[in-house]
Design a protein around this ligand. Structure first.
Ligand code: FE
Ligand code: FE
Length: 165
């Protein structure tokens, strides 16, 4: 059977998440600046550094499949980041700002988790163990970030968001 097979789909999806990671790299410093909570600022800063590593790992996966690292516009991440920017504008200086930023950041993490989960499985199916390992390493960091954000939401942000400043 001729036509586009799983390896083609893997490559297309790799370009999608590569675009998304670089978009996130630009969004995180803005979110850090906007955040009120020091814990949230620190969490964004930590994940910014991790995200630099995610981009590098993806470049290694492109190398493994013998393709040039390149992104393809990802409408999903464009939408998620745009919603985050809307929250930053509409809730600027308001008590619920950080809760909104957290929600936006978790939407980003969940998008990444679904992408990396899929890519890891496909890499395994395609017999690319090293690629699967790289993708799994990032998947773990995205999941840990999501959990860390949930903790910050529960411990510091959501209760403050209930009260007027
Ligand atoms: Fe990432
Ligand atoms: Fe992430």
């Amino acid at each position: 059977m001729a036509g586009k097979t799983l390896d083609a789909l893997f490559y297309e999806t790799l370009k999608d998440i590569y675009y998304a990671e670089r978009k996130i790299l630009k969004a995180l410093p803005k979110m850090k600046r906007a955040a009120h909570s020091e814990q949230l600022k620190a969490a964004f800063d930590k994940h910014l550094h991790e995200t630099e590593g995610h981009v590098e790992r993806l470049q290694q996966v492109f190398e493994i499949i013998g393709k040039r690292a390149q992104g393809k516009t990802c409408d999903a991440i464009e939408g998620i980041v745009a919603e985050g920017e809307e929250i930053m504008e509409e809730f600027k200086g308001e008590p619920a700002l950080d809760a909104g930023l957290l929600a936006a950041a978790q939407a980003v993490e969940h998008y990444e988790i679904t992408r990396y989960g899929t890519l890891k499985r496909w890499a395994e199916v395609l017999g690319m163990k090293d690629a699967a390992k790289l993708l799994d390493a990032t998947l773990q960091e995205e999941s840990m970030t999501d959990s860390a954000l949930t903790k910050i939401a529960d411990q510091v942000v959501n209760s403050k968001a209930l009260k007027a400043a």
